[in-house]
Design a binder for this molecule. Sequence first.
Ligand SMILES: NC(=O)c1ccc[n+]([C@@H]2O[C@H](COP(=O)([O-])OP(=O)(O)OC[C@H]3O[C@@H](n4cnc5c(N)ncnc54)[C@H](O)[C@@H]3O)[C@@H](O)[C@H]2O)c1
Ligand SMILES: O=P(O)(O)OC[C@H](O)CO
Length: 345
Amino acid sequence: MIQIDDIQSTRIGVVGAGSWGTALAKLLAEKGFDIDFWVFESEVKEQIETLQENRVFLPGYLLPDAIHPFNDIETVVKDKDLVLVVVPSHFMRSVAMQMKPFIAKDAVVVSASKGIENKTHLTMTGILEEILDFLPPENLAVLSGPSFAKEVAAKIPTVVAAASVNDRVARFVQAVFAGPTFRVYVNHDPVGTQIGGAMKNVLAIAAGICDGMNMGLNPRAALITRGLTEMNRLGTRLGADPLTLSGLAGVGDLLLTCTGALSRNYTVGMQIGQGKKLDDIISEMRMVAEGVKTTRSVYNLSRKLGVDLPICNEVYHVLFENYPLEETIQRLMNRSLKHELDGVL
Ligand SMILES: NC(=O)c1ccc[n+]([C@@H]2O[C@H](COP(=O)([O-])OP(=O)(O)OC[C@H]3O[C@@H](n4cnc5c(N)ncnc54)[C@H](O)[C@@H]3O)[C@@H](O)[C@H]2O)c1
Ligand SMILES: O=P(O)(O)OC[C@H](O)CO
């Protein structure tokens, strides 16, 4: 139940103990909340219990006693006012199915995951709305923006957006998460917030490729700017407000991820730019680079909807069809000449 005037009484479950789930559970526990924490791996549960650390996904940070790890999801989501889901996007559907029998009918469910489902092209709240069909859709929210887990865990000032179609829900989420090093703005555009968060990962792979090839700084700035145009084209086609895409979950996260070496997506791109094969890169990672799967969704969506997304689509060809990088750049540069706002206005 939403009780904005008594935020500290909010009962919270966090589902997903990767780096982001762990950083957010830590942030909430340090705000004084007791956190029931769903951990997929028994190894990670044991580490949190015995060492107060998630050595696999967020090593080096002491986790407060108020974080209680469980491998069973019922304990974590049952009787909670707010459930935060932070699993990789390709697990969102299966995890939502597991949570479904236990979630309270008036719970607020927040997604902090970034991606678009391959088969359905649904956003994360789209999946949650479909599976948790007993919840009022306005009880779904999104937390997104420029936020590397390690920096949040280190209490480096971070600013994000909480999105819900319902202002009261968005402000509830804002009040739960906001703190001296974590500033939260609200908006009412979960679609734009999620399209920004998903597409920036595809564009970060492209930026990493440019940097891996040592192309220089001009192409990266061009890519970020034209990438934003692509976000606007697809986002507005799906109902996003373009102003959301100029905000934290769009431009903010695009800038961070396309320039920050801490980004897994940028790093994947960088390695591709240096000549490594995608399968080899992925097989060496235990964490997710969401942009890889999102590239497929964005490519297929752009074809289905007839939206022109040249950069994202070239990322698809490079990742999944081994297109040579030099030719890809030539192809992007030699397309027909256009007005800057073609396809946006
Ligand atoms: N790490 C960040 O800095 C950051 C910041 C903002 C948003 N995100 C988003 O958060 C989401 C989660 O990413 P992360 O970085 O916390 O994860 P991660 O890459 O650190 O870890 C992978 C996660 O996948 C989980 N997993 C593996 N198999 C699973 C299964 N079968 N079912 C359910 N879960 C399984 C693991 O337990 C682990 O929690 C992603 O969508 C990501 O884009 C991450
Ligand atoms: O490491 P990445 O590329 O998944 O980026 C993490 C966050 O999404 C940055 O906001």
